[in-house]
Design a protein. Structure first.
Ligand SMILES: Nc1ncnc2c1ncn2[C@@H]1O[C@H](COP(=O)(O)OP(=O)(O)OP(=O)(O)O)[C@@H](O)[C@H]1O
Length: 237
């Protein structure tokens, strides 16, 4: 295992005049659950799209699993994109069977275990599911894969607080034993406070703080407090 699952230097991506990523410098250690936190539009999804080779940076360098992102690294990454939805006509079981047919490293046994854990009825059609139930299917499709890196872009968007807490609790339990590296982006940290053991705070395409979540809390208080402080001047340094 490489000591850093992700390393980037001066990573920049511009859309017209807008810099989505602006000289981003980051090294994320392997085997951790890392929260990529920051307000809307700070570049989280762009960063994830670069990690999965979907978007090319304009400048700078990025290494994922010790390599340049592309087809080969993607064999070892499970990626849940922003706003992902599933085929409404599939049942949960058919969705998982699809995963088994197409996704490298997918374990049906693990998927069924996770579905049980997350209280999913395998015979229910996705189209009849609540947003929270559908989000769990999307998560299971990623978490049931034996890959080195799992990248989840805003996996909790649109999910009510109760379901979110249940999903986070099952994630914490499930991932405790895992050696996989997990990246989770969110702009709403209220119910995910206990999930991350490593934190990256992003603002305007840059990482303004990264390190052990414990250290961040010791220095600045709860993640929620830190998030508020992101908007004051001291974080503009
Ligand atoms: N394909 C694109 N074309 C034009 N502008 C884009 C494109 N993708 C991203 N941007 C812009 O780049 C900036 C960063 O967007 P990005 O989606 O990476 O942020 P984000 O932190 O994921 O936001 P959110 O939390 O709202 O999902 C935003 O200003 C966005 O409008």
């Amino acid at each position: 295992m490489t000591p850093y699952i992700i390393e980037c230097q001066r990573l920049t991506k511009q859309y017209g005049k807008k810099k989505a990523l602006d000289q981003l410098e980051l090294a994320i250690p392997s085997g951790r659950i890392t929260g990529i936190l920051g307000p809307n539009g700070c570049g989280k999804s762009t960063f994830f799209r670069i990690l999965t080779g979907m978007v090319r940076p304009d400048e700078g360098s990025v290494r994922v699993l010790g390599q340049t992102p592309g087809w080969q690294t993607n064999q070892d990454i499970a990626y849940l994109p922003d706003r992902a939805r599933w085929y409404p006509n599939h049942t949960a079981r058919q969705s998982l069977e699809w995963g088994k047919s197409f996704l490298p490293g997918f374990s049906m046994e693990r998927a069924i275990q996770l579905a049980d854990y997350m209280d999913i009825d395998l015979d229910m059609k996705v189209g009849g599911m609540s947003r929270g139930q559908e989000a769990r299917i999307m998560l299971i499709l990623c978490l049931a894969r034996d890959v080195q890196l799992i990248v989840l872009d805003e996996p909790f968007t649109g999910i009510d607080v109760i379901s979110r807490e249940a999903i986070v609790a099952s994630l914490i339990d499930y991932l405790e034993e895992s050696e996989q590296s997990i990246l989770i982006s969110t702009h709403d940290i209220q119910e995910v406070e206990g999930l991350f053991d490593y934190t990256v705070m992003m603002k305007a395409g840059r990482a303004i703080w990264s390190g052990n979540t414990e250290d961040l809390r010791a220095e600045y208080g709860s993640l929620r407090d830190v998030f508020r402080k992101m908007y004051v001047k001291e974080w503009n340094k």
